[in-house]
Ligand binder design. Structure first.
Ligand code: SAH
Length: 398
């Protein structure tokens, strides 16, 4: 594993940076639908077409300096910027791993709240390798994949005992724009060539950072719309490239199926039996394994999008062959070809009583599932040494 190093020093705190009262972020262009943006600019006494000009600057040109808005008269630039493009996230610092191909950013929000996002660049050769192995990528071979892992909440209320974010509880929901801003900021870093490998673009967004996305439903679906709306109204990403990961909030999964978004849904299962899952994913006491799997299958039926089952392999806890067998039976009982399983070796959090499964146990788990005819891809542990891997995001300013 490579070593990590800080790329930038923590910004000096100035008076204007001092935390404001904890709470909702100021309204931003990326919170609004197309119609709402037009209303907002006309409310300022400006023609409605300014909404599209602003959207183009933000989503398409990724401009972060009003001086570049040359198609808008100087006298109204500041007014529009203050009203519709308030600064939402200040970069505190970022750290790199994998020779710069993995970059974790720590953001300070308007009220002092801290959240993290992670950018992962998969070089062409790696993407091709994954495709040859029958990996999870849907991209045509030869195209590089750049994934941004975003936070949807500061902290998390789901209290999964193996997850770093789950330990501190929920601070607050993020706004749609605070989520989008993590992607836009990453897109700027890529376009400017700040990430090794030359200028690039974000191809995938996964809601696998801090928080439970379906517990912040409105903001998350709003953010997904901004990501997938065609340019200049949004970032123009493919919904196939967006993955929303959930602990299994069944009513919200059902609602998401009817949203017309067709994003990929990942279900964090971690155990096939209620007894163990009650401990690993406490919300299981509310919605049982069978209910979560039924909702996942229904999501596939409605959207045609294959479900990902997330399964952190924890040594001697959930990695037994009989559990793999039970999982295989539960999944195939609901049909074939609708699901694939993503086991991931546990990233132990500081002070954790649990560790990752052995290689042998991992192999056995994968083989047992494969024997049921289920597609399995072991997830890599990118960013592990910068605490940027799954379940390690904790956003402390050490
Ligand atoms: N709240 C969402 C998103 C959480 S992070 C959810 O639970 O799905 C995305 C994935 O990382 C989830 O599957 C989560 O269970 C997993 N995860 C959390 N902590 C982990 C850890 N320490 N090691 C490996 N995976 C972990």
């Amino acid at each position: 594993m490579g070593h990590w190093y800080a790329m930038s020093e923590p910004a000096t705190l100035t008076l204007t940076d001092l935390p404001r009262r904890r709470g909702k972020a100021p309204r931003h262009l990326a919170d609004l639908t197309r119609a709402e943006r037009r209303e907002a600019v006309t409310a300022l006494g400006e023609p409605a077409y300014r909404a599209e000009q602003l959207s183009r600057h933000y989503f398409t040109r990724l401009a972060d300096d009003v001086a570049d808005w040359t198609d808008i008269p100087e006298r109204v630039r500041l007014l529009l910027a203050q009203d519709l493009l308030p600064a939402l996230a200040h970069l505190v610092r970022h750290v790199e791993a994998d020779a710069g191909a993995t970059r974790k950013s720590l953001w300070r929000l308007h009220d002092g709240t801290l959240v993290e996002s992670v950018l992962m660049r998969y070089r062409r050769a790696l993407a091709r390798h994954a495709a040859e192995l029958g990996g999870e990528t849907d991209e045509p071979v030869g195209h590089e994949r750049v994934t941004v892992c975003v936070s949807s909440q500061a902290g998390c209320g789901m209290a999964c005992p193996f997850c770093a974010t789950g330990q501190a509880g929920l601070t607050r929901n993020l706004s749609a724009a605070e989520i989008v801003e993590q992607v836009v900021a990453s897109a700027r870093m890529l376009r400017r060539g700040e990430v090794p490998g030359g200028p690039g673009r974000v191809s995938n967004v996964v809601f696998m950072g801090m928080g439970e996305p379906l517990a912040n439903y409105r903001a998350v679906t709003g953010a997904v719309r901004r990501l997938t709306d065609p340019s200049p109204h949004g970032l123009g990403m493919s919904a196939r490239g967006v993955t929303v990961s959930t602990v299994g909030l069944v009513p919200a999964m059902e609602r998401l199926a009817d949203e017309g978004l067709a994003v990929t849904l990942a279900l964090s299962l971690h155990a096939p039996d209620d007894e163990l899952r009650d401990e690993l994913v406490p919300v299981n006491t509310r919605w049982r394994v069978a209910e979560a799997l039924d909702a996942a299958r229904a999501y596939f039926d409605t959207t045609g999008r294959r479900i990902s089952i997330e399964y952190a392999l924890i040594k001697d806890i959930n990695d037994q062959a009989w559990r793999a067998d039970q999982l295989g039976a539960l999944l195939t009982a609901r049909g074939r070809g609708w699901v694939h399983v993503n086991p991931i070796p546990l990233n132990p959090t500081p002070g954790s009583k649990w560790t990752a499964s052995t290689r042998a146990a991992e192999r056995m788990f994968v083989e047992t599932l494969s024997a049921h005819g289920i597609a399995v891809t072991v997830r890599d542990t990118r960013g592990r040494e910068i605490d940027g891997a799954c379940g390690q995001l904790a956003a402390t300013e050490a």
